[in-house]
Design a protein around this ligand. Structure first.
Ligand SMILES: [Zn+2]
Length: 212
């Protein structure tokens, strides 16, 4: 409820009056003089309340603005990374085409690693060549690429990531689409390894195996 104050014309006591008493006659609580509440009685009280709630509104919209900003920053970050990944992939493709690209050195995959992949592929896709590069981020893991034959299609190259050691391969995930399609092994990009075709290890294997 809005209210205001005015001075009693008779004794100058401050009288508080509710909004709806503006223009009405009231009795001064101090000197009992009957006086009229000014029609233009300046209202405060609830006005202050209004200010308070406006203040809360301001804080709230500031917070909402802040949340929106955080969301924007997150989206920006995400887009930036997407863009970067795409750029990296494109660069990778260019590198595969160019001869001056320096790939990580590859080694022949161990017979155990090849057997491991072959058992996931099944005998219908015989492996003719296997190469490996140790993961630089996860030294217990090896990127293993294999060239295998698909009836009616020809040689395909798939990249997997397999936990070591090389002579005792353990867990295996697919790094690229061919590995995932033909072996059915889960995608490494969905694991903490986060391994994908843009990794230097995978690019090195792909480049080396495509020469065969
Ligand atoms: Zn008075």
């Amino acid at each position: 409820m809005k209210k205001g104050e005015f001075l009693c014309p008779s004794c100058k006591t401050k009288i508080e009056a509710l909004e709806e008493y503006r223009g009405h006659q009231v009795q001064c609580p101090s000197c009992s003089q009957i006086t009229t509440v000014p029609v233009n009685l300046a209202l405060n009280g609830p006005n202050t309340m209004e200010k308070v709630s406006k203040g809360v509104d301001t804080i709230w919209s500031f917070l909402k603005g802040g949340a929106a900003l955080v969301a924007l920053v997150l989206i920006g970050f995400f887009v930036f990374h997407l863009f970067n990944a795409t750029e990296e992939e494109t660069r990778g493709d260019k590198r595969e085409g160019g001869n001056e690209e320096k790939y990580l050195p590859t080694k022949p995959a161990s017979p155990e690693q090849i057997r491991h992949i072959q058992s996931a592929l099944g005998e219908e896709y015989p492996i003719s060549k296997g190469l490996t590069v140790r993961s630089r981020r996860f030294p217990d893991w090896y990127y293993v690429g294999a060239s295998f034959f698909v009836q009616g299609v020809g040689q395909e190259v798939g990249i997997w990531i397999i936990s070591g050691p090389t002579d005792k391969p353990g867990l295996m995930f697919s790094v690229d689409g061919f590995a995932s399609e033909f072996s059915g092994m889960g995608e490494a990009s969905r694991t903490k390894l986060g391994a994908s075709v843009v990794d230097e290890e995978a690019r090195a294997l792909k480049a080396a195996l495509k020469k065969f």
